[in-house]
Design a protein around this ligand. Structure first.
Ligand code: ADP
Ligand code: ADP
Ligand code: ZN
Ligand code: ZN
Length: 835
């Protein structure tokens, strides 16, 4: 790697080979808005993030820490010959996988710190109360946290009813549901036998005193345990002082639940014990999480918890007058007036940026796990806008995701501002409005995966018009107007009434069945609340369908309790047999799950391997070919192919397993070949290659064909779930669903399925969804993409604005009707697309 710092305003990349990049050379201007385009999987991110950002970060870390230099030497040097003229980089990347930190809008933007300072120094204190430090206004500090709920806002109770839901069972029959299911529960039962409790009569027939002791005692007696003995045998053994199997320690059930909840590292365990706890709002702080003395301090008549719960737009309106006057109440105290003025002016200036980015409907207390990735990215962007850095390159991943075209304009202005202050902006984007505003385009392609990885064009947008291989070209410079397909008419209606949640209040809504519907509206208007939350939950409940995977359930606990929910289905359920939600949540958090396992395709492949001659002679069954089973996998990495390297102060990094070098299986397993390929070789195939390889096997071939149809032919079968983008994960889910033989009457719900998709991929996705409708199903999407909306049979526009300015159905009807609707923010954009 040679480093020749040059400063002629150009970043020069030579020989980039990261992932699928084919020895790419490209020159990119600095101090400009550069947009990387190309179909999904073409290599845009590999160039922008995998090469440019990775290298900038590596250089930065090398310059600050020899320790980091050592680590990064082994770990993540991007495959590139040289990069010249690269400024330091800040990445505003959308999270792949789930956010782990518990933070709020206020903490991410650091606005909460300012607000605490405001309350500490310029709040109205009750008479005789001394001034509090800023920390006293944070529920995360000992000074501030409510002493009853420790700043959680909720208290957790464990009762006999929660721990023993069915008192007609005996202890042996697992009356105590809160005990661990496996050995731990048996152990506790055996201890109770040694202690002389009757474990063979119904729980409710035990004396109250015994029940209370078992559930609530804090004592932890140690007693001899005779494993496998009957109660009578145990009594005998105790009398004769026989040598016990071991000494066991009893733990009260409540104690077990509470300590597990407080101490376990496993989200699943936490989730398990949480079901035995009742949570109620703390009666001391009423959910405000702070001590009474902190809450007694007011600003503009509000305590700090109330202020933090206001939508940012209202917060800004409350604070703005103080920024001018400093507040009349302090006329006698010029110092306080000055402090008030300064802090509120700073707060309102920063809030203005957030409002401009269309985030005025959020509140400071809103926790980040409940935000969409796009919202989170815009929050971070707003924070950067205020940091006054210059000479930096910002690398962004689809910043328009989740944005209504009406909001995209403001985003572009924000990016422009960053550029004007002397920064470079590199953006990976599919939205045509963003691409048109670029100073420079780097178009990667022509196809995805091995069919992409080349820079087709690097220059100002107009020049792309002459690049015939570019898939981006025909959308940026449309040759033909979109055709108006025959619109379908609804077969029936699903009617909901009295919906109350988030910003929806007693809303009635009707969804047409048997056709393709888009739900539109500016971000924060209530689309997801209506469709992905209320509709999904109500329909799932009526169908008795379970919605979440175990992995997602483990997460549920971290999510906030929904405060108000109301609404019911009035009619139409008789037309729905099944509900399928295809979202962008990751399909797994570890490299252990991958596309082949998720779609079920791998089961068939393993069976094929088990039928080979060598496998049969060695008595290898299909399980042998799973990297989740001890028999066949590499033991060093327990089948992950990677080992996890923990880094101080940095996210941990996966590095290839030193034993199997990523093959994931042990040597014996790899000796078994099917058509001359080992199981590891098969996992390394792309879907396209595998489709040829397995052409003879109908099960596998069908699954592969569907993956190709949703545009994932470029992915490797064994591609770990952690490497898939949200959009790719969503398409894997869609393919899994498409693979099931369809009988119709299924309701498909998709939240912004076009995220991460190039217009040509959007077209392909549209065809798939239209096919589902033709087969007698209903498709309902939440969308911002006009191409998709224009092609729907029906549109439901929510709004008109965001937060409490939205939440109503502004218009509903076929696209041409919506295009003319007054008061709809979607109408003008739709009208322009339908021309
Ligand atoms: P785009 O950003 O254009 O959608 P990417 O740069 O993410 O495309 O991907 C380009 C190719 O590199 C794809 O074939 C993708 O599957 C592959 N790829 C992406 N991330 C990784 C990774 N971490 N390891 C190996 N291959 C990857
Ligand atoms: P859209 O999908 O149209 O972008 P949402 O349904 O996500 O809009 O949001 C509608 C309103 O509900 C917004 O004011 C938003 O801040 C609020 N909201 C959404 N989810 C939550 C949540 N989990 N907790 C609190 N408020 C929420
Ligand atoms: Zn409390
Ligand atoms: Zn290994």
């Amino acid at each position: 790697m040679k480093l020749t710092p040059k400063n002629d305003g150009t970043v020069r990349v030579r020989g980039a080979r990261e992932h699928n990049l084919r020895n790419v050379d490209v020159d990119i201007p600095r101090d400009a808005l550069v947009v990387f385009t190309g179909v999904s999987g073409s290599g845009k991110s590999s160039l922008a993030f995998g090469t440019l950002y990775a290298e900038a970060q590596r250089r930065y870390l090398e310059s600050v820490s020899p320790y980091a230099r050592r680590l990064f030497h082994q770990l993540s040097v991007p495959a590139v010959d040289s990069i010249d003229g690269l400024p330091p980089a800040v990445a505003l990347q959308q999270q792949r996988g789930a956010p782990t930190t518990r933070s709020s809008v206020g903490s991410v933007t650091t606005l909460s710190n300012l607000l605490r300072m405001l309350y500490s120094r310029a709040g109205d204190y009750p008479p005789h109360q001394p001034l509090l430090y800023a920390e006293s206004f944070s529920p995360n500090t000992a000074e501030g946290a409510c002493t009853k709920c420790h700043g959680l806002g909720r208290v957790y109770e464990v009762t006999e009813q929660t721990m023993v839901p069915d008192p007609s069972l005996t202890i042996r029959e697992r009356a105590i549901a809160a005990w661990p299911t496996a050995w731990g529960g048996q152990n506790q039962r055996d201890i109770l036998v040694s202690l002389g409790y009757n474990v063979d009569i119904p729980w409710r027939d035990l004396p109250r005193k015994n029940r209370d002791w078992i559930l609530f005692t804090e004592e932890q007696p140690q007693v001899p345990v005779y494993a496998g003995f009957t109660p009578a045998e145990t009594r005998q053994a105790l009398k004769r002082k026989m040598e016990p199997s071991y000494m066991g320690t009893f733990t009260g059930v409540k104690h077990h639940v509470l300590t597990t909840f407080a101490n376990t590292q496993s989200a699943l365990m936490k989730k398990r014990v949480a079901q035995f706890m009742l949570s109620t709002v703390c009666d001391v702080c009423h959910g405000k999480r702070l001590r009474p003395e902190s809450l007694s301090v007011k600003f503009a008549g509000h305590d700090i918890a109330e202020i933090a719960a206001l939508p940012l737009k209202r917060l800004s309106a409350v604070l703005a007058p103080f920024a001018v006057t400093g507040g009349h109440a302090h006329a006698a105290n010029p110092e306080k007036t000055e402090v008030t003025k300064r802090i509120t002016a700073d707060l309102t200036a920063r809030l203005a940026v957030l409002l401009n980015l269309g985030l005025g409907y959020l509140s400071l207390e809103r926790s980040t796990p409940t935000l969409s990735p796009g919202e989170l990215q815009r929050l971070r962007l707003a924070t950067q806008l205020h940091s006054n850095l210059f000479g930096v390159v910002y690398v962004l991943d689809e910043p328009s995701a989740g944005l209504h075209p009406a909001d995209t304009e403001a985003l572009l202005d924000a990016l422009d501002e960053l550029k004007q202050s002397g920064n470079s902006i590199f953006v990976v984007e599919h939205e045509l409005d963003v691409i048109r505003r670029a100073d420079w385009i780097v178009d990667v392609g022509p196809g995805a995966g091995v069919n992409g990885g080349e820079v087709l064009y690097s220059g100002p947008p107009a020049g792309l018009a002459s690049i015939t291989e570019s898939q981006t070209r025909r959308y940026l410079f449309p040759m033909a107007t979109p055709s108006h397909a025959q619109r379908r008419t609804p077969k029936a209606w699903l009617k909901l009434s009295g919906i109350t949640r988030n910003n929806l209040e007693a809303l009635d809504a009707e969804f047409p069945l048997g056709i393709f519907t888009s739900v539109t509206g500016v971000s924060g208007s209530g689309k997801s609340t209506l469709v992905s939350q209320v509709l999904v939950e109500l329909v799932a409940k009526r169908l008795g369908q379970k919605l979440k995977t175990e992995d997602e359930e483990a997460d549920g606990l971290e999510q906030e309790a929904i405060v108000t929910t109301g609404g019911k289905i009035v009619s139409g359920m008789e037309h729905i047999r099944r509900l399928v939600v295809v979202d962008q949540k990751p399909i797994g958090r570890t490299p252990r799950s991958n596309m082949a396992t998720y779609t079920g395709l791998f089961d068939h492949v393993r069976k094929l391997f088990a039928t080979t001659k060598l496998a049969r002679s060695r008595k290898y069954d299909a399980g042998r070919f799973s990297f989740n089973v001890a028999k066949g996998r590499c033991e060093t990495c327990t089948g992950e192919g990677f080992v996890c390297v923990e880094l101080l102060f940095l996210p941990s990094v996966y590095s290839p397993c030193p034993t199997c070098h990523g093959a994931r299986f042990n040597a014996k397993t790899l000796e078994v070949l099917y058509c001359e390929k080992s199981i590891a070789d098969v996992l390394a195939l792309t879907v396209d290659a595998a489709a040829d390889f397995f052409a003879e096997d109908p099960h596998v071939a069908r699954a592969l064909q569907v993956l190709q149809e949703v545009g994932l032919g470029y992915l490797r079968l064994g591609q770990p779930a952690t490497e898939l983008s949200g959009g790719e994960a969503q398409r894997v889910k869609l393919a899994t669903e498409l693979q099931r033989a369809e009988r119709g009457n299924t309701l498909y719900i998709l939240d912004e399925p076009t995220t991460g998709l190039h217009p040509s991929d959007v077209e392909r996705l549209q065809r798939q969804l239209q096919n589902l409708v033709t087969a007698g199903n209903t498709v309902l999407v939440v969308e911002h993409d006009m191409q998709m909306i224009a092609a729907s049979d029906w549109v439901i526009d929510i709004g008109p604005g965001a937060g409490d300015e939205g939440g109503r159905i502004v218009a509903a009807g076929p696209p041409n009707v919506i295009a003319k609707a007054k008061n709809s923010k979607t109408a003008p954009f739709l009208a322009a697309t339908l021309l």
